[in-house]
Design a protein around this ligand. Structure first.
Ligand code: NAP
Length: 245
């Protein structure tokens, strides 16, 4: 049975990604920073008959927590097939580039970039034990530098400075990571789930959580000939699904 660790999985897109991967027969380690919320999420999945799931406490902002989570997972399995870096924060809008406090920028980067790097580095040894390891970094269409420079783009005027910068940086990390793992069986991709109705945006997004999670699941379950080092986004590129960086 293939194993997957998903960060920020107690609700919304992360939770639904867990549900869909359980339905596909994966064993899911549900990464949650709040044990109570995590237990509720596990209970909900098990009440649906999806039993191959257990909680891993992980706050991606804390190296101690990430280290403890790696230790805990290592006591449960020696092989991790899929890592989904889903935990992220938006911080609300607007975030003007000149007025947004640097402390706020650092908070957003802490979760959306540094947390992803710490988690990825901590779990890569377990991923290397898998025959076909997959890493999915959940990014945003707003992380595209090319499109932020294109006045015709539908989200051209949506520029929360800290969030955009953090997801653009996450995209950069993803492409370098994919390059560094190019001679291995790893597939490393960035996935934009699309503008989706969740707590993240006070449910303003037009997309549904199941559709968003399906995009993440697709990248998590890529076959041997699947792409690596790509930025998938239906929002940015409805025809090809591949966004410009
Ligand atoms: P959400 O409803 O706000 O859920 C975010 C999840 O991340 C929650 O489980 C939250 O845990 C967790 N989280 C936040 N900080 C964490 C930390 N330091 N350590 C561990 N977990 C943490 O957001 P969502 O809409 O599902 O978004 C998921 C991902 O999709 C994010 O990376 C986001 O940037 C990306 N995305 C979303 C949209 C959208 O329209 N929704 C669009 C593009 C990209 P708590 O419940 O404990 O807070």
């Amino acid at each position: 049975m293939k194993t997957v660790l998903i960060t920020g999985a107690n609700k919304s897109i992360g939770f639904e990604t867990a549900r869909q991967l359980l339905q596909q027969g994966y064993y899911v380690y549900l990464g949650c920073r709040d044990i109570k919320k995590g237990e509720q999420a596990v209970n909900q999945l098990q009440a649906e008959g999806l039993n191959e799931v257990e909680l891993i406490e992980i706050d991606v902002n804390s190296i101690e927590s990430v280290t403890a989570a790696r230790k805990a997972l290592g006591q449960k399995t020696q092989v991790l097939d899929v890592l989904i870096n889903n935990a992220g924060i938006g911080g609300g809008i607007p975030q003007p580039s000149l007025e947004t406090d640097i402390t706020f920028f650092k908070q957003v980067f802490e979760t959306n970039l540094f947390g992803v790097i710490e988690v990825t580095q901590a779990f890569t040894d377990l991923l290397r034990q898998a025959a076909a390891p997959r890493i999915v970094n959940v990014t945003s269409g707003l992380g595209s530098l090319s499109l932020h420079n294109n006045p015709a783009w539908k989200y051209y005027q949506i520029k929360p400075a800290a969030y955009v910068s953090s997801k653009a940086a996450l995209n950069a990390y993803t492409i370098v990571l994919a390059y560094d793992l190019r001679d291995t069986a790893f597939k490393v991709n960035a996935v934009d789930p699309g503008y989706t109705a969740t707590d993240f945006n006070n449910h303003s997004g037009p997309g549904t959580v199941p559709d968003a999670a399906a995009k993440v699941v697709k990248a998590a379950t890529l076959g041997l000939n699947g792409p690596t080092g790509q930025f998938f986004s239906d929002d940015n590129a409805p025809e090809t699904g591949i966004s410009p960086w």
